[in-house]
Design a binder for this molecule. Structure first.
Ligand SMILES: Cc1ncc(COP(=O)(O)O)c(C=O)c1O
Length: 352
């Protein structure tokens, strides 16, 4: 079986790794070092991550689900819960990992676009102090969101200030934090200013597979290494994970990768914006394009292209997610956009 040659628009996880990440892993292979993080490279990368985020601690883990579970573990007691959007990855796409492993309930809120607001968070605070109700203690937001949009710095401030006023901890699922910082034109410290704990995703940004759990709230730091160990995320040969971050932090490769991905999403959205029968479901801000299009067109397009069918709207229309990556090129986008246009011409359009 060979890997698919045509670029996938299914997920930013479908890409391989950036060559500089692979080079850094090969370089890290030389010689013996102490395991479990007591090696010079892991110590340096951890310091760099702490500096970049103004954080008390940084802990490399193997994946985004693991980072979310670890993050919630350091914030919650068993009787406490985390408020999140219904569509949040932690709620919808992690097989209940948080509930099983952390043992805490997620308090999900329906949203129009995957974004929480102070008002939406407040709807889940009513059980506070009631013995038989889960006690809300944390709020989880995803930046960039699962819908490819980004909380603005103002929206983050509003949520952050609300959380502080309500004695709630704020967790950011930052599997695509790089894309949001690139979109907002801000630093990692700025985009995470109000978070107590967050994940900083590398896997979707060109790594082989690693993420960092960033602990900004120093009160939560002491327990984090023990949680990571118990949660099977303290890799013995962690230097190879540090090497991946080393490559991404060098000359801000994380930022150029994120900018490339965002630019390709914008290019795709621009290229298809006038295709008959197609409309964008959400603003295109990070690295995905959500489009509503005729079901028959989506089915035809799917015969040759890999992308995600997000939701069916009705018999005639369907929402699809086209996701691009750090290594998606202009010609990949142009070829896909031409196929979208061609399939639109080949199907009957729903009556408007
Ligand atoms: C927003 C978000 N959070 C977390 C994850 C989980 O990452 P992983 O698949 O590495 O566990 C993903 C993966 O797609 C994601 O999109």
């Amino acid at each position: 079986m060979t890997n698919q040659q045509r670029k996938s628009f299914g997920s930013d996880n479908h890409s391989g790794a950036h060559p500089l990440v692979l080079d850094a892993m090969v370089a890290a292979n030389a010689g013996d070092v102490t395991s479990y993080g007591a090696d010079p490279l892991t110590e340096r990368v951890t310091r760099q991550l702490c500096d970049a985020f103004g954080a008390a601690g940084a802990f490399l883990v193997l994946g985004g689900t693991a980072a979310n579970v670890l993050g919630l573990s350091v914030m919650l007691q068993p009787w406490e819960g985390a408020i999140c959007a219904e569509s949040a990855h932690v709620n919808d796409d992690e097989c209940g990992a948080a509930e099983r492993i952390v043992g805490s309930k997620l308090l999900a809120v329906p949203t129009a676009d995957g974004k929480l607001t102070p008002d939406l968070i407040a709807t889940r605070l009513t059980g506070r102090g009631k013995l038989r109700r889960t006690q809300p203690r944390a709020v989880v937001i995803t930046q960039a969101t699962e819908m490819g949009t980004c909380y603005s710095l103002g929206e983050l401030r509003a949520i952050g200030e609300f959380c502080r006023a309500e004695d709630l901890l704020l967790y950011i699922d930052g599997a695509r934090l790089a894309n949001s910082a690139a979109f907002l034109g801000c630093t990692l410290a700025e985009v995470s200013e109000y978070a107590d704990v967050l994940s900083f995703g590398a896997t979707k940004n060109g790594a082989v597979g690693t993420e960092a759990l960033i602990v900004r709230n120093a009160d939560l730091l002491a327990a984090a290494p023990y949680h990571r160990m118990q949660l099977l995320q303290a890799a013995s040969k962690i230097r190879f994970m540090a090497a991946q971050f080393d490559a991404l932090l060098t000359d801000e490769l994380w930022l150029s990768n994120a900018r490339q991905a965002n630019a390709m999403a914008a290019r795709l959205a621009d290229s298809v914006s006038d295709v008959p029968g197609l409309r964008l479901a959400y603003p295109v801000q990070a690295n995905s394009v959500f489009a509503v299009l005729p079901r028959e067109q989506a089915e035809r397009l799917h015969e040759d292209w890999n992308f995600h069918v997000w939701a069916g709207l009705d018999d005639q229309e369907i929402v699809v997610r086209w996701m691009v990556s750090f290594d998606t090129s202009e010609s990949d986008v142009d070829e896909f956009a031409a196929a979208i246009r061609a399939t639109a011409g080949a199907v009957s359009q729903p009556a408007s």
